[in-house]
Design a protein around this ligand. Structure first.
Ligand SMILES: Cc1cc2nc3c(=O)[nH]c(=O)nc-3n(C[C@H](O)[C@H](O)[C@H](O)COP(=O)(O)O)c2cc1C
Length: 176
């Protein structure tokens, strides 16, 4: 099966996960910015990876549209986010916001916890995080998830690990 990893990464977490996947699968790799229709047509499987941005998988619509137009490769998705994998309700919410019911059944999707990197973040994103911190700070009767989120977003952190690519890698290997 000819596969390509296509990734969109602003601060490097998704890029690193994409590279780990490529090392495991020995497949091709390119960026979201460099992908085009004719290129996708050469593959049986497109593995798209991106960050979670405000509760959704960033850039997913363009990739879904491209894959649908080409009508050849299968699509698989991985998403990186600051939410720990253990916060299962939040992760389920991300998938529900990013896929239709049908897509949830058809498109294999994997969550890989990452972190936050304020040093590499753009100014707009930093502002959004600052606003979120203020909102959470002012909120009364916070849920435990909100308290955890408030504590986590104060500084950069990294909870990524190579082991999180293994379920995706296994899924691809079983498709062969
Ligand atoms: C503005 C903004 C919004 C974010 N929203 C979420 C979110 O809703 N859920 C989540 O788990 N992580 C969220 N994150 C964290 C990113 O998804 C995480 O840092 C991601 O791994 C970044 O990927 P990259 O380094 O490849 O750009 C957000 C980060 C920023 C800057």
């Amino acid at each position: 099966m000819k596969a390509i990893v296509v990734y969109k990464s602003k601060t490097g977490f998704t890029k690193r996960y994409a590279e780990w996947i490529v090392e495991e699968l020995q497949c091709d790799i390119t960026t979201y910015e460099n992908i085009f229709r004719e290129m996708i047509a050469e593959y049986d499987l497109v593995i798209y990876g991106s960050r979670i941005h405000a509760g959704r998988v960033d850039g997913l619509k363009k990739i879904k549209d491209l894959v649908e137009k080409v009508n050849r490769p299968k699509l698989m998705v991985f998403a990186t986010g600051g939410t720990p994998s253990a916060v299962e309700g939040a992760i389920r919410g991300i998938w529900k916001a990013s896929f239709s019911e049908e897509e949830l059944q058809e498109i294999p999707h994997f969550y890989m916890q990452s972190g936050l990197n304020y040093e590499k973040m753009g100014r707009g994103d930093r502002l959004i995080m600052k606003t979120l911190a203020k909102v959470l700070n002012r909120k009364k009767d916070k849920t435990s998830d909100e308290v955890g989120c408030e504590e986590a977003i104060g500084d950069s952190y990294d909870i990524s690990s190579r082991e999180y690519v293994l379920p995706l890698v296994q899924c691809v290997q079983e498709m062969k």
